[in-house]
Each structure stands twice: as structure tokens, then as C-alpha cells.
Design a protein. Structure first.
Length: 260
């Protein structure tokens, strides 16, 4: 008679299990992937078509199509998260049932974020392909393409702490959907269209303190050559965002767990 043994457990096993479940659910939520791809591609094409000649009067070191591709990729990965699935888990009682098991509480969040990392990479690839179609090229080669996508994905995951914090705090899908609105000041009060040097007054001041400015600078540096200072500053900006947003999400998780 064959003995039945328990599946191996542990922190990383919990993360892998929750991430795998979240990834398997992606095909059921395919309806939100269309808008997540349409919006950045739409803005990429419209901005390049309408502003390329105007931008030629400013001090931009790279082709304007390459200048706009990082903006499109940031829109593609920001706010795309499985936080909605977490809200459904809360509403349907699945989250409460998990609380009755020995699963790691931190893994409940980290597993979903691991799935988010997979999701944002999958969303980044089509946007980069559109960039290639309109004529964008990477002087840094294939490795530059990989680094471009990975940095964008890290930013996307760093930002997910905000919608997860809202999901855990409110359990409200409408509130989670509106969390992307918080990104709009970051998205437009920055170097989305022109460099900081071309801005004046308060707009230039805000852009210099906006972490998205350094993220875009790091991504755009890959269209010139390997500039480690720019890439390092972009990673610092991502780390700063992650520190704030992930602290919010884990604090919200602790608050919800204490309610059980």
C-alpha cells in the first residue's frame, strides 16, 4: 500500500502556489488585457504622429519615436495588477478560508505580485513589438531590449502595492479600479513629451522630483548606449516607490488579518 505524503510546505512554496493559481486565472480575466494594451499603443502612435516635428525643436538626443516608447511601456505596466482577483477572494470568502490554513500571510501578497510580474512582462512585449514596427531600434542590442522590459516590469510591480493596499483596506472593486487615477500626476508632470530642460517654472520643478522622470531617463538611455548612472537612478526611483507602496500594502494586509 502506497503511503500518502503531504505536499512540501514553506514560504516559497506558498508564494509559488498562490502565483500559479493567479496566473491560471488570467485567461478568465482577458477582458482587461485589451484596454491595458490599447491605451499605451494608442498614445504612442498619436503622440509620435502629432508631436514628432514639434519635438525636433527641443534638445532630444534620440528619435522621438524612441523617446515616446518608454512612456507607452510605463502606461502598459502601471496599475495592471491582480488586486481585482484579491478583492473577489475577499468577497467570496476564499481569503477567509486561507486564514484558517498555515499559509504564510506575506505569501498571500507576494504570490499575487509574482503573477503581476509575469503579466506585465507579457504586456510589455507587444508594446515593444509595435515600437519596432514604427521604426524604433535599440543600439544596446538584444540585451538592451531585455533590460528595457525588466526595468518596466519592476516599476509595474513596485506600483502594485498601491492597488493592493486599497483592495485589502476596502475590499471594494470600484476603489481598486480608480487606483490608476493616482498615477496620472506622475505620468504627465514629468518628461512625457519634452526634456526637463525644455520646461519652465513649477512644471520643471515638479518633474525634477518626480520618480517617473528618472524611470523614463533610464529607459531612454538604452536607445543611446549603456549609461549606468541613468540606469542606476531609474532603479533607485523604482526602489523608492516600492518602499512606500509595499509598506502600504503589507500594513493593509496586517490590518485585514487582525480582523479575522
Amino acid at each position: 500500500m502506497t503511503a500518502i505524503t503531504a505536499r512540501p510546505a514553506g514560504f516559497f512554496r506558498d508564494i509559488a502556489s498562490i502565483a500559479a493559481r493567479s496566473v491560471r486565472q488570467l485567461p478568465r480575466d482577458i477582458e482587461f488585457i485589451g484596454p491595458a494594451l490599447f491605451i499605451p499603443v494608442f498614445f504612442l502612435i498619436v503622440n509620435v504622429g502629432s508631436l514628432q516635428n514639434v519635438a525636433g525643436f527641443t534638445d532630444i538626443q534620440i528619435d522621438y519615436k524612441a523617446y515616446q516608447l518608454p512612456v507607452a511601456i510605463v502606461f502598459a505596466v502601471t496599475g495592471v495588477t491582480r488586486a481585482q482577483a484579491l478583492v473577489l477572494n475577499i468577497q467570496e470568502g476564499y481569503f477567509d478560508r486561507l486564514m484558517l490554513t498555515p499559509v504564510s500571510r506575506r505569501a498571500l501578497l507576494l504570490g499575487h505580485m509574482a503573477a503581476d510580474f509575469v503579466l506585465v512582462i507579457c504586456l510589455s512585449i507587444p508594446v515593444v513589438i509595435v515600437g519596432f514596427i514604427i521604426g524604433v531600434r535599440f543600439p544596446t542590442g538584444p540585451l538592451g531590449v531585455v533590460v528595457f522590459i525588466l526595468i518596466a516590469a519592476l516599476w509595474g510591480v513596485a506600483y502594485t502595492g498601491i492597488p493592493y493596499a486599497i483592495a485589502l483596506k476596502t475590499g471594494n472593486p470600484g476603489a481598486v479600479n480608480s487606483s490608476f487615477m493616482l498615477f496620472f500626476p506622475f505620468a504627465f508632470l514629468t518628461t512625457s513629451y519634452v526634456p526637463v530642460e525644455a520646461m519652465t517654472g513649477w512644471m520643471a520643478t515638479i518633474a525634477r522630483y518626480n520618480p517617473v522622470t528618472y524611470l523614463l531617463a533610464g529607459l531612454r538611455s538604452l536607445f543611446i548606449e549603456w549609461q549606468w548612472d541613468e540606469l542606476g537612478e531609474s532603479l533607485i526611483a523604482i526602489g523608492a516607490l516600492a518602499l512606500v507602496s509595499q509598506s502600504m500594502s503589507f500594513k493593509a494586509l496586517n490590518g485585514r488579518v487582525k480582523q479575522k
